[in-house]
Design a protein around this ligand. Structure first.
Ligand code: GUN
Ligand code: ZN
Length: 428
């Protein structure tokens, strides 16, 4: 018989989407428990009831809140070492800081060093799954998936494709983007916990020929996700219009080349036209909100309220290193602040849900990760709700879980992550 491990702590689970149903969709157990067997959650329940069983180990997390590991639905691991670069908006920021750094990933040794550093930082922040862009270099994809496999992490990633408006040394072609992406997809998709994601960076850095080639690849592998950027900044949108004069709008540059679909992930999606919103909803595509990036680069305010009410699937992400943090707690805080500026206070239940189940749903992985439920992979964290004196003095006054949790969402950092488990194994 396989070994059964018991974890005791407060637990939080959801019966529905709290963005739609409100906080009543959440279930909090002050004395909860998880049973883990072979890297999978087999039981979730009350500590008193579950602890009567036979276990090869029991871990008491005390007052900590057990949650699914955080899921970062959009990031650029190659931007780890240039995060928090000062003073530019999107296009200047890409040219000044991002492209020179991504150029360095032509060296597989450097790619391996940054991939390992990045995943270590994520686990310390309680993030157990990320969907990342790599660089145009196939070796940057191998480095990332190898580093994730060494840590047992479920990750998604793809080779970034660009064949124009990028510097010499950081451009592929329509054909090589297709060939290299296909070879990487064949090598990595479904291998262990890896998923390959077809990754045109965004319309300005791809010719129509490259977009079409990647659209064909996606049609051959419709079970793969496809990720890109959409309507992040107004000057970017004006540039897209000048590059694609025939297109009805930004989304149409993807749609016309086979790059709009139910397994599509569209990062940012801030300045959307009514037609774009309609098409995204009709096709069942997912939007990814990157709030620390949107404020840091000065992009705008994502319409969480309007888009979720209209039925869009939305995930939450850091967008490291356009985003100014590796932390999903910080991303939840920024999502709260952005929503406030648009006139809606997001409930703590909705913020936690977005960073776990919501992102898992956006990534089409909610049957495996993103909630504490029997059958789910045992990627989870223990969140300390009193990790600093400032947070502790505030949460000490709390009348319920939400008041106890919200100070950690707004003020917490990696000190709040008391433990991180990947497939049942403690890694932090
Ligand atoms: N649009 C195209 N590439 C990028 C990128 O690397 N970061 C952000 N924030 N937006 C982009
Ligand atoms: Zn991005």
């Amino acid at each position: 018989m396989s070994k059964r491990h018991l974890h005791l702590g407060q637990t939080l689970t959801f019966t529905a989407d709290p963005l739609v149903e409100g906080p009543g969709a959440a279930r909090h157990d002050r004395h909860g428990a998880l049973v883990i067997e072979d890297g999978v959650i087999t039981e979730v329940g009350d500590a008193e009831a579950l602890r009567r069983g036979d276990f090869s180990s029991t871990t008491d997390h005390g007052q900590a809140l057990l949650l699914p590991g955080f899921i970062d639905a959009h990031a650029h691991y190659p931007q780890t070492a240039m995060i928090a670069s000062w003073g530019k908006r999107l296009i200047d920021w890409l040219n000044t800081y991002t492209f020179p750094e991504e150029m360095r990933f032509g060296d597989p040794g450097y790619a391996a060093e940054i991939a390992g550093r990045y995943l270590g930082l994520l686990l310390a922040q309680g993030t157990t799954t990320v969907c990342s862009y790599c660089t145009i270099h196939p070796a940057s994809v191998d480095a990332f998936f190898e580093a994730a496999a060494a840590r047992g992490m479920r990750v998604l990633a793809g080779k970034t494709c660009m064949d124009r408006n990028a510097p010499e040394g950081l451009r592929d072609t329509a054909q090589s983007a297709y060939d290299d992406s296909k070879a990487l997809l064949t090598r990595w998709h479904g291998k262990g916990r890896a998923s390959y994601v077809i990754t045109p960076r965004f319309s300005p850095t791809s010719t129509p020929e490259q977009l079409s080639a990647l659209g064909s690849l996606w049609a051959e592998h419709p079970d793969c996700l496809m990720q890109t950027h959409l309507s992040e900044q107004t000057d970017e949108i004006a540039w897209v219009k000048s590059l694609f004069p025939q297109a009805r709008d930004y989304l149409d540059t993807y749609e016309a080349h086979g790059l709009l679909g139910a397994n599509g992930l569209y990062g940012h999606a801030i300045h959307l036209e009514p037609r774009e919103k309609d098409r995204l909803r009709e096709t069942g595509a997912a939007l990814v909100h990157c709030p620390t990036s949107n404020t840091f680069i000065g992009s705008g305010l994502f319409d969480m309220d309007g888009l979720t009410r209209a039925g869009h699937r939305v995930g939450l992400a850091t967008d490291t290193g356009g985003g100014s943090s590796f932390s999903m707690l910080r991303s939840m805080a920024a999502a709260y602040e952005v929503a406030q500026l648009r006139g809606r206070a997001l409930h703590p239940a909705a913020l936690i849900w977005l960073a776990t189940t919501g992102s898992a749903r956006a990534l089409r992985l909610d049957n495996r990760i993103g909630s504490l439920a029997p059958g789910m992979e045992a990627d989870f964290i223990a969140l300390d709700l009193a990790s600093t004196p400032a947070i502790a003095q505030r949460s000490a006054r709390a009348k319920d879980l939400w008041e106890a949790l919200f100070p950690t969402i707004m003020m917490g950092d990696d000190r709040a992550i008391a433990a991180t488990y990947v497939a049942g194994r403690r890694v932090v």
